[in-house]
Ligand binder design. Structure first.
Ligand code: ATP
Ligand code: MG
Length: 402
């Protein structure tokens, strides 16, 4: 069979996830979603965007556009339930068959079995769903006689959707990233270390629509430039999911030295963590010049019982230092579950690099697992940490990943 599909108009249908269920404020969510999709497509060429039937129809405006690459970028945009590359066909069954069969050739010629799924949201289309499925199945068998129908476990699913503006034929239905669009739930400040946990925490909270900036504490000369570069790599990797991310880099060596010199060793990790939270409070209370970001929560990668500073008592003491809600999306997760997400989002290899974190310098041999807040406050009252924390924030550096 001599066939060519050069005249087929291919688009991407990006179907909403939860946004489809929104009521009056659906438009606001859609606006943010479209803005994020446009950002994700930076450098990929020009596209036309249309919203109908809880779907974003994305049409490339040039022949050379790499739709596969666009789909990869789209798969990291929160708010989408499914992504489908499809051929746009006229709503006329004979023409669907005439133009659609060549379009399917490259996939169907390698398959042994197939099934047809049809959806008809345009009820004015003269054939009902079972009839469309039967007739299209027949047409596929006629064009590709080597195929057999298998409704349970087919090699290929041929999906035809009859919608308001056209008929859409496709073979590729990929899951979207889920969640709601980044920016629809306000902004939060992530405490980002170089480990596996906090990048995964960022991913999970961004999935619920929070725009995320980060603060990282490092302690040169005790920690190296490489350790900082690792955190910057994490930001670069997370950016595709987070849309953009501002990293605040805060030097904490003086705070850590003061803790070492003034606190009982077993309390040092907890007091360091409380100092980090207090620094984050200051950052959140500042209306930063460039930002219209008002952070409404802190985000950490803490997981209950993972280490001594993450027992219920220790988390209670850390929480007490915070002036905003602290979101801990990993609190009930095992390391294996966290690591599997880290692999999926591409942060695992970066976090596995061996460079030291400021928490690993001056680590106590026997950290207190059952600290009492009044003891912690008494220890802290013997030294003025606030001045050092304030100074560290005043001298912080900022990097933007957009
Ligand atoms: P992670 O695996 O994310 O590094 P962790 O296993 O090292 O965490 P902790 O050291 O107890 O666990 O840190 C708990 C949380 O405190 C981290 O998930 C992160 O949110 C925050 N945190 C730890 N170290 C830093 C740091 N240097 N800068 C910013 N936040 C930090
Ligand atoms: Mg951890």
């Amino acid at each position: 069979m001599e066939i060519s599909n050069t005249s087929i108009n291919e688009i991407i249908m990006a179907k909403y996830g939860e946004i489809a269920l929104k009521g009056q404020n659906k438009r606001t969510f859609e606006d943010i979603l479209v803005r994020n999709v446009k950002k994700a497509f930076t450098g990929l060429g020009k596209f036309k965007y249309e919203r109908m039937q809880s779907t974003l129809y994305i049409t490339p405006e040039s022949q050379e556009t790499d739709l596969e690459q666009a789909i990869v970028c789209l798969s990291r945009v929160f708010g989408l339930g499914a992504i489908q590359k499809c051929a746009v066909l006229p709503k006329d069954f004979d023409r669907i068959v005439e133009q659609g069969m060549p379009y399917l050739e490259s996939t169907l010629k390698h398959a042994k079995t197939f099934k047809v799924e049809a959806k008809r949201s345009d009820k004015t289309f003269p054939m009902n769903t079972p009839v469309i499925q039967r007739e299209l199945g027949g047409a596929v068998l006629e064009a590709y006689p080597h195929l057999q129908v298998d409704v349970h476990n087919p090699d290929v699913v041929v999906l035809l959707e009859i919608r308001d503006k056209g008929a859409y034929l496709n073979l590729q239905r990929l899951p979207g990233a889920g969640g709601i669009p980044v920016g629809s739930s306000g902004a939060g400040l992530l405490l980002l270390s170089g480990g596996h946990d906090s990048p995964v925490a960022a991913y999970m909270i961004a999935k619920r629509g929070v725009r995320i900036d980060a603060v990282h504490f490092h302690s040169p000369p005790y920690t190296s430039e490489r350790a900082l570069m690792k955190v910057e790599s994490l930001c670069r990797q997370l950016k595709d999911y987070l849309v953009n991310i501002r990293l605040h880099i805060v030097e904490f060596a003086e705070v850590q030295e003061a803790i070492r010199n003034n606190c009982p060793e077993e309390y040092s990790t907890l007091i360091l963590r409380r100092c980090m939270v207090k620094a984050a409070n200051i950052l959140c209370s500042k209306k930063l010049e460039t930002g219209n970001n008002i952070y409404k929560a802190l985000i950490t990668g803490e997981s209950l019982g993972q280490v001594a500073s993450q027992t219920l008592s220790a988390i209670g003491c850390t929480d007490n230092a915070a002036e905003l809600p602290v979101l801990r999306p990993l609190i009930g997760m095992d390391k294996t579950e966290i690591v599997s997400i880290a692999r999926k989002i591409g942060t695992f290899d970066i976090s596995s690099e061996p460079y030291e974190d400021c928490c690993t310098v001056f680590t106590p041999k026997h950290p207190k697992t059952n600290p009492k807040l009044q003891d912690v406050e008494l220890i802290e009252s013997r030294f003025d940490y606030e001045g050092l924390i304030l100074k560290s924030i005043e001298n912080m550096k900022i990097s933007d990943f957009a």
